[in-house]
Design a protein around this ligand. Structure first.
Ligand code: PHE
Ligand code: ZN
Length: 880
């Protein structure tokens, strides 16, 4: 049953391209039903022809070949073959002009890869291998060419015609059609190609670069969304300025365009000079977007902009090197957001995400190194590991080298490799050279999968005043990697005395050092560090700022944790101490529940929660993070055999107890955060709103009438989506008559706004109420649900299966059946989205025997499906 025709691609099999394409001229006759693409490729061979001639093999999928000419002469059928993913010219000369005309059907393209229709427009998505769905080409990133593009379309329905680079010419054509010619002077790989055509409006601004060049900034949207682009435009300007200030990088074309489309598989795409964005990362207004939405827009706008240097000017040699651009660009966008918002809060959010999504991936059958060794479908490797663990790997380089040397390494990388397609090795080499460091052991972070575990023990010798920290590293086995070599790990630490004062850190044998934070470098399986001049046994503050993507084990006592929470200078450690405490408490309750006892929340926990809640010195945004309990998914990670029902019950018990016992403090904290002026996304009060909504959710946990009244009042009177949604979320989880009333009112108000309706879907899908799955099944038939739209699928199917652990893991397997059905439905429509939906099933081994059987059955049912897409096949097969 698991035999399959799908081929595996191995990194070790890489060879340089046989043919290079120097220039590309593409002419599009655009029409949603049937588009003609005429291409003229200047090609030359790139191998030693004395060793024997090699055929030219061009990739191509879902194309209808119309004509094929070599140096102006129609090719005879004997000299080429077409079909099965490729066009092969058997005996091409050394250099030649190839002219290929093909036909494609954008409207029939539901995979959203290649040229497709999104609402009233046509747009492209080429990364990773979508260009071959537009025309025959050497569709690999190490073939870089200069492109000229002519677009022809109906002027009435497609007044706007965009492609990469600069507009050279435009004009009218007969029959109500018109054309535009674009030229991109920068050599680029095919995955960065883009075209957009439609009835769009744009808002614009200008940016003067550090060398004084003027750049036009343009954001294109459907007319109804014209008023929702300001934040994206402002974010773009901030990002451009930031990259100049922080990395000395300047933009290089005269125009930077961003287009928002409703149908998009991912977040956004960094096409040269013409980014295409999922509309959810562009459109915002106070009434329709939450603070988190505003934040996400800034982040994604930054991310795509930063790709212009880390991705576009210097690109990947092959797709195994994906983290070269993605890990690095994630790191850059994280730093940008940290500088624009609160650095500690941003770091905490990033760690939360890594732990809740990447750690589980690293512990699953789908674990893979940041630089994978093989793949069946490259789209499956746009993963948390490649992106976010990849970002942590870059951050570790900065920690090891220090900011200055890291920046010098970046400069050297740009200087050496601008215009090239390179490997991760070239990047790390630039860092090694600039930092004068040997980073060969560090490369294991790219080649070994799995989350390392650091086990720390300590010893204090009163007589000598020496405190010894001993660190042992290990890494669990992962697919294809039973044994791991030790990693090179930066472990940032401090030491606190019992009064909470930070001690100067002096290692034995060193001259006086005095620093209160130091980065210890781990390279061996076990290492000891001896600190001298210590008067009494200190409390270690470990993994400051989360200096490495590892799990840390140290036997902290409750007193140690309280000391760190209140006194440590590192905000991450302060937050983490609280999370560790919460995990201990909740896991204790889980054990009691499993043993059939009557669990109660320890007094001490309620006490310290109350102290924190009323602590006036803390930044509100930080406080909100500190008072947020670890998510059910993260708690699940702490169990050998996951018990979703017990985790839910235990966590809810803590929430309800807090809500009851600390009612007055919660009401007070909430009131202190009540708005004093009309909402503005940049009013600096997002932290306040978060805290206020968090207080409301605790108050709602016991479900009192009083709290429901507060929620309804907030819901009705909010002047912004953050507060409106904050209230509605608590109501959606409440078994009370107000629930339907509020959901209904919200729908009536926002039925014409797709982005808001997505929120409406996901609120219902993530409700912890027992009847949620029935509601989700009903919503599948809702007129606003559309299985072909990825945002809608994510907001309903994705939200239920990935963000509602207790309801998805229904013991009878109804949740599993539902997900299996949806994946099979999506398989024929959009394989990438179908594959993304498989993630929850890949974790099946972590559950009890009953759930294991049920999930396995679904995976087997999926694998038995005839015509399974490569994307889905790979993940389902590897999961089993
Ligand atoms: N390269 C895009 C980014 O990270 C993501 C993407 C991948 C978009 C594949 C579409 C398709 O910014
Ligand atoms: Zn990216």
């Amino acid at each position: 049953m698991h035999t399959c025709q799908h081929q595996t691609v191995y990194q070790k099999d890489y060879s340089a391209p046989d043919y290079l394409v120097e220039t590309v001229e593409l002419s599009f006759d655009l029409d949603p039903e049937l588009t003609w693409v005429a291409s003229r490729l200047k090609i030359r061979s790139n191998y030693d022809r004395a060793q024997g001639l090699r055929p030219l093999v061009l990739d191509g999928e879902e194309l209808t070949l119309v004509s094929l000419k070599l140096d102006g002469v129609e090719l005879e059928p004997a000299r080429y073959t077409a079909g099965d993913g490729a066009l092969t010219v058997t005996d091409p000369p050394e250099s030649f002009l190839l002219e290929v005309t093909t036909q494609i059907s954008p409207k029939a393209n539901s995979a959203l890869s290649g040229l497709y229709a999104s609402g009233p427009m046509l747009c492209t998505q080429c990364e990773a291998e979508g260009f071959r769905r537009i025309t025959y080409f050497t569709d690999r990133p190490d073939v870089m060419a200069v492109y000229t593009v002519i677009l022809k379309a109906d002027k009435g329905s497609c007044p706007v015609l965009l492609a990469n680079g600069n507009l050279v010419e435009k004009g009218d054509l007969p029959d109500g059609r018109h054309f535009a010619t674009w030229h991109d002077p920068f050599k680029k790989p095919s995955y960065l190609f883009a075209v957009v055509a439609g009835d769009l409006v744009h808002i614009s601004d200008r940016f003067t670069t550090m060398s004084g060049r003027q750049v036009n900034l343009e954001i294109y949207v459907e007319e109804k969304n014209q008023g929702k682009c300001d934040h994206a435009l402002r974010s773009l300007i901030e990002a451009m300025r930031w990259d100049e200030e922080q990395f000395g990088r300047e933009y290089d074309l005269d125009t930077y365009m961003v287009v928002a489309v409703d149908d998009f598989n991912m977040g956004a795409m960094e096409n040269k000079g013409l980014n295409v964005f999922n509309s959810r990362y562009v459109l915002a207004s106070p009434e329709t977007a939450t603070d988190d939405d505003y934040q996400a827009i800034e982040e994604v706008i930054g991310h795509e902009y930063f790709h212009n240097w880390t991705g576009n000017r210097i690109t990947c040699r092959d797709w195994f090197q994906l983290s070269l651009k993605e890990g690095l660009t994630i790191f850059r966008d994280q730093e940008f957001s940290a500088d624009m918002q609160s650095r500690p809060v941003k770091r905490i959010a990033d760690v939360r995400l890594l732990r809740s999504s990447q750690f589980p991936e690293d512990a699953s059958p789908l674990a893979h190194p940041v630089r994978p060794d093989s793949y069946v479908e490259i789209n499956n490797f746009y993963s948390m590991t490649v992106y976010h663990k990849g970002g942590e790997v870059i951050r570790m380089l900065q920690t090891l080298l220090g900011r200055e040397a890291f920046r010098a390494g970046m400069d050297l990388y740009f200087e050496r490799h601008d215009g090239q397609a390179v490997r991760v090795d070239e990047f790390v080499q630039a860092m090694a050279d600039a930092g004068k460091r040997d980073l060969s052991q560090f490369m294991r972070w790219y080649n070994q999968s799995g989350t390392p575990v650091l086990t720390v023990s300590d010893d204090f010798d009163q007589a000598s005043g020496v405190y010894t920290l001993t660190v042992t590293q290990s890494c669990p086995p992962t697919p294809g990697q039973a044994e791991k070599e030790p990693f090179h790990i930066p472990l940032s630490i401090g030491l606190l005395n019992r009064q909470g004062r930070e001690l100067p850190l002096q290692l034995e044998g060193e001259k006086s050092q005095g620093a209160i934070t130091r980065v210890l470098e781990l390279r061996q399986e076990t290492q000891s560090f001896r600190f001298t001049g210590i008067a009494s046994k200190p409390v270690p503050s470990l993994l400051r700022n989360f200096s490495a993507p590892v799990k840390l084990v140290y036997p902290y006592s409750q007193d140690d944790l309280t000391l760190l929470m209140t006194s440590d200078s590192d905000p991450f450690v302060r937050w983490e101490a609280g999370q560790v405490q919460a995990v201990q408490v909740i896991m204790g309750l889980v054990r009691e529940i499993q043993a059939g006892g009557t669990p109660t929340v320890p007094e001490a926990f309620i006490g310290s929660f109350g102290t924190l809640l009323t602590d006036q010195r803390q930044d509100r945004a930080f406080l909100a993070e500190a008072l947020t309990l670890p998510a059910e998914g993260y708690l699940a990670e702490q169990m050998k055999v996951i018990d979703p029902a017990a985790i839910h019950e235990a966590r809810e018990l803590v929430r309800a107890t807090v809500g009851e016992r600390l009612r007055a403090q919660l009401v007070g904290a909430r009131a202190a955060c009540a708005p004093k002026s009309p909402y503005h996304p940049d009013d600096g009060l997002a932290g306040c709103r978060r805290l206020k909504n968090l207080c409301l959710s605790y108050l709602m946990a016991p479900g009192s009438r009083e709290a429901i009244g507060m929620a309804m009042e907030q819901f009705k009177n909010a002047d912004n989506m953050t507060d409106s949604l904050g209230a509605l979320a608590t109501l959606a989880g409440c078994d009370c008559p107000e629930r339907e009333e509020a959901l209904e009112a919200f729908y009536r108000k926002w039925r014409d706004d797709r982005g808001v309706i997505d929120k409406w879907f996901s609120l219902q899908a993530t409700s912890r109420l027992p009847q949620t799955l029935d509601r989700v099944l009903e919503l599948l038939d809702h007129p606003d649900f559309d299985i072909r739209n990825p945002n809608r699928v994510r907001s309903l199917v994705g939200a239920f299966s990935q963000a509602n652990q207790v309801r998805f893991h229904d013991a009878e397997g109804r949740g599993y059946r539902f997900l299996g059905d949806q994946i099979l439905r999506l398989n024929g429509i959009n394989p990438q989205i179908a594959a993304r939906m498989l993630t929850p099933f890949s974790r099946w081994r972590r559950f009890d025997a009953g759930r294991q059987e049920l999930m396995k059955k679904e995976l087997e049912r999926i694998l038995a499906e005839p015509g399974l897409a490569r994307d889905v096949y790979e993940l389902a097969a590897k999961s089993l």
